[in-house]
Design a protein around this ligand. Sequence first.
Ligand SMILES: *Cc1c(COP(=O)(O)O)cnc(C)c1O
Length: 670
Amino acid sequence: MENYLKEFLELVKVHRFEELYSKDITADSYFGFPLRSIVEAERRLLSAEEPSVAYLSMEYGLGTSIYNTFTSAKPVSESNILPRQNIFSNMRIRDYYFTFRIDHRIMDLPIYSGGLGVLAGDTLKSSADLGISLAGIGILWRKGYFKQNFWYKDGQVPEVLNWDPYSYPGLIPLDTVIKIPLRDGDLLLRLWKYYVYSFDKKHVIPLTLLDSDVEGNKPEFRTLTDQLYRSDNSYIKIMQRVILGIGGIKALEALEYSVKKYHLNEGHAALALVQKAGALKKDGLDSLEKDFIYTCHTPVAAGHDRFPIKELEKILPGENIDFIRNNGLEGEDTANFTQLLLNCCNHVNAVAKKHGEVTRLQFPQHADKIQSITNGIHIPTWISGSFSDLLKKYQNGTGGCASGHAELADLEKLRNNNDFRTDLWKAHQVNKRNLQSIFENWDIRENVFTVCWARRIAGYKRPSLIFQDPRRLIDIANRVGPVQVIIAGKAHPNDSLVGTFINNMMNTIDSLGTQGSVLRIIMLENYDIFFGKTLSNSVDVWLNNPLPPFEASGTSGMKAILNGVVQLSTLDGWVVEAADAGIGEIFGYRHNTGEPIGNELDLRLDSDSGELYNALERLTKLYYETNQNGNFNAGSKWIDIMINCIIQSHYFNTCRMVQEYRDRMWFDKN
Ligand SMILES: *Cc1c(COP(=O)(O)O)cnc(C)c1O
């Protein structure tokens, strides 16, 4: 066996190596994974010949319990294990007596809040699968996002999340500390590393994380990287962007990475461009425009960063301010980071075809350069064990990333194969029984129709739409067949409008009772990647009801279709591109091409919930025609819909998506 340890320690200056990590990083092992792959990745990033890409993102969703699971010689600290969970349901006595805990599973690396982070994590994984030389840059959130409690009459009650980065397998601090000179003193940032391996473990993407909790920083600097997306204080909000953008560039320099292209995942990282511009002469701007790629993820106004120039002036040096004034000024005294990036990057993209259309409407003066690259999911992360086995049996596995998983389209050939149809249903029932066992104290059942809404709780996503007229829900459950509803998601702690939604939803659930056991509703705390996977692969129907056209893409439905879970969705985001493929029921308000974007607060709850219940009733009926208490009808149209869903995954995956970024944005010849 070759020994890579010496070279690794030369390339990566691990802080407190002997004391903390010498048992986990050995001759050719990095927390149980091949150390050699890291050494090769680090070498490639140093090489001037290699066309390497830097990817900057405020958040990364890396659910280590479901993929890339490192092992450690040290016991994992209790604070890094998934917490005990409460349920708020319409079976309140059960909520009172029971909590549950998923057996000793490590919590996700707590540096994300939702879909944007999950996409960034999946992007790193597929880049590794494709053997691309890429360096991820992010922030080590010392208190994560937050821990969520649902309390009756209080709604969502956030709590500080405490975790221990020094005993999180795969995460290591470096000796390297960088310095950002600011108006009110130097800000120090320690670098950390986390490594994201490819499916075959031969390739690695190094993810460098910035941490302001460094000795030598003044106290108000030390807490800047505590909580992701703090928005109650504009100084902290700006400083978090300073850390990602300016700190990100300085970190790449300190690591001596030879970077050709900079990909800014959302406008949060805009100051990276400002920092690079500062080092260039005036005529250098042209090359800068070619080297930066900007992906815009939101059609919601609040999603675009705007700051008073006055506030920026208190923090940044004059040359940075001049650049921002010249390139990103809105009105007289506001900096608009989206405008800045649209003005300065040649390569700009939206994250689904529909979102491209909407973004061009919002920014007509930049319409020419706004492309669309539809989001995806990393298939090996999100496929359930039973579906992976099913594909192995009929197709020799899910194929590789290089093919973009095109082989999933071949499932069409198995459509009329009765064995396949039966095995497909059996694979689904394996996942459903897993759900039943997790929620056994709430009597969730394998042969009862189950629908789930789970994602970030934001107004335009309309979490409570299915409770708009509870009488309709009760009527379906009584007349057509019993219904189980699962709801999960976190709301931004400062979003008071959404707080009201949550409260109303809880009041409704409390008032319903189980209607003689035909209706079970479960609201789950602390939605995360582990539950994102468990729920999206095990329920019968995935509910997605954003108000069009405010969902840029959405990805949770992609996790569901991969596992044959039928869609009940409005026509928005990625769904527009799959709507003709027979993946379930599409309902509700439609935004037509070219129409004004409308008001994201006009939620159309009454009209759209009416259509939701009609579609839900059709699906409930079809479900019970397919599965009567375990008596299964393989000829049912339901099975065809499931097959249509899985086939669509040949497109909605990050292998296809990263290849598009590679060919159209990173290494575009123009
Ligand atoms: C996939 C995922 C999301 C994204 O859900 P959308 O429906 O795309 O909004 C959010 N949170 C977690 C934990 C996820 O796994």
